[in-house]
Design a protein around this ligand. Structure first.
Ligand code: KDG
Length: 321
């Protein structure tokens, strides 16, 4: 089995070429692979880590595209099942020169949303060191929520580290209260929680990083570390044995597209931890990959190779002293 595992809904994203026009007016699109957890898997594999992806794909051209991309990226797909009954999810993404782009999804009732929770019992966990879970997959349907809970239970029983990114998608939840209580409940099973400060405002009632970190550490003995993404300021880190500290962000030469930055952050944290780095080094690498992610149009196309990462971190740290 691979050293890392993740479960999620893969998407084909059509990213508009024309900048600063509404999606309705865009005529030219480039096709990319997307999906928060899959973005992390793509980045881990690019950095030389072995990773397994669990999902359910439609037997349609988009499902075929995703499978080809998984193979090309070297991601383990023994736990990728298919169905001819439901379609693979699709996302359309606008292009903007400032801020976050509008997105439009065709994912309700997708193949991934019909993931069978019983499939979790067949996942081989031997050798898995870390599993990455986000709040997107459990939002897709009752069965994906059940599957996520079942997987987290198995991971805890097998003493496997869990990183959890709330990745709030309000449109996928029936209401904000359900979203908040379910996400916070899932976070209780995580070893490391990776919320954004703006998400903290919704989930915890405060965007103060220290308050958010204390909330997640206090609510569960399972949680050892919280790293709060604080946008341009970087990331705030607090753990049971780790004093609170703010790790500064890395400069981005230019911003092309902000989507995928949060997954890039998770990728940096996870890859560094798998390599035995300290929590502070992990958060710093998260900041670095977040900065690289926003310099590229695809959701995961900006994630670095090992040499690109080393060069970027060295150059940026030298520049900032
Ligand atoms: O975090 C990036 C993701 O938002 C993107 O790749 C698509 O999974 C996706 C989603 O739900 O938005």
């Amino acid at each position: 089995m691979n050293e890392c595992l993740t479960i999620g809904e893969p998407l084909v994203v059509f990213a508009a070429e024309e900048a600063d026009v509404p999606l309705a007016a865009a005529k030219h699109f480039t096709k990319y692979l997307a999906g928060a957890e899959l973005n992390v898997a793509v980045g881990l594999s690019r950095l030389g880590h072995s990773v397994e992806y669990i999902t359910h794909l439609g037997e349609d051209p988009n499902g075929i595209f995703i499978r080809q991309q998984l193979t090309a990226a070297g991601i383990g797909s023994d736990n990728v099942t298919t169905t001819s009954r439901y379609p693979t999810g699709i996302e359309f993404k606008a292009r903007v020169t400032h801020g976050d782009p509008n997105t439009y999804y065709l994912r309700a009732g997708s193949a991934a949303a019909h993931f069978d929770p019983d499939a979790i019992d067949r996942v081989d966990l031997a050798g898995v060191k870390l599993a990455h879970i986000t709040g997107i997959f459990p939002a897709a349907s009752a069965s994906t929520l059940a599957a996520t809970k079942r997987l987290m239970k198995r991971l805890i029983t097998n003493h496997i580290m869990i990183t959890f990114d709330p990745n709030l998608r309000p449109a996928l939840w029936p209401d904000q209260q359900t979203m908040t209580s379910t996400i916070n409940e899932l976070a209780k099973s995580a070893t490391i929680v990776l919320p954004g400060a703006a998400e903290g405002k919704i989930l915890v009632g405060s965007d103060d990083p220290e308050t958010i970190a204390h909330f997640y550490l206090d609510q569960s003995p399972q949680t050892q570390l919280v790293i709060v993404k604080v946008g341009k300021q970087g990331a705030y880190l607090l753990g049971r044995d780790v004093p609170g500290q703010l790790l500064p962000s890395f400069p981005a030469a230019h911003i092309v597209d902000t989507v995928g930055a949060g997954d890039g952050f998770a990728l940096g944290v996870i890859s560094a931890l798998l390599e035995g780095r300290s929590p502070a080094e992990a958060a710093s690498r998260g900041n670095a990959i977040g900065a690289l992610a926003i310099q590229s149009a695809g959701d995961n196309t900006g994630y670095p190779t090992r040499s690109q990462l080393d060069k970027f971190m060295k150059t940026s740290l030298n520049e900032t002293g």
